[in-house]
Ligand binder design. Structure first.
Ligand SMILES: [Zn+2]
Length: 110
């Protein structure tokens, strides 16, 4: 089984396209290619009740971002600031992601 490559990855800024956080922008803090999901900072937050432990002797409510489908987010281009689809460019024989709107290469090429 091959791992599906997501169009976004950790560190990308993305725009939420649907759901209760529609229109919000946030940074991808985790990419889960096997599940086709991403965790976006400040988006899709859920409350979890936690049992008492050493750091929280009373137990408590933990607010945490839950994974959401990668298809629900769009990459925000760091160069032009617009939500965009991805184009692929060949740079020195390597396929990198580029902005479809302004053509800027998004991935760093080392
Ligand atoms: Zn752009």
């Amino acid at each position: 089984m091959s791992i599906t490559k997501l169009h976004v990855k950790k560190g990308d800024t993305v725009l939420v396209l649907s759901g209760k956080d529609k229109g919000k922008q946030g940074k991808v803090i985790q990419a889960l290619p096997k599940k086709n999901k991403v965790v976006v900072e400040g988006v899709n937050k859920v409350k979890r009740h936690t049992k008492p432990n050493q750091s929280a002797p009373q137990g408590g409510i933990l607010v945490k971002e839950a994974p959401m489908f990668a298809a629900k987010v769009m990459l925000v281009c760091p160069a032009c600031g617009k939500a965009t689809r991805i184009a692929h460019k060949d740079v020195n024989g390597k396929s990198v992601r580029a902005c479809k709107k302004c053509g800027e290469v998004i991935d760093q090429t080392k």
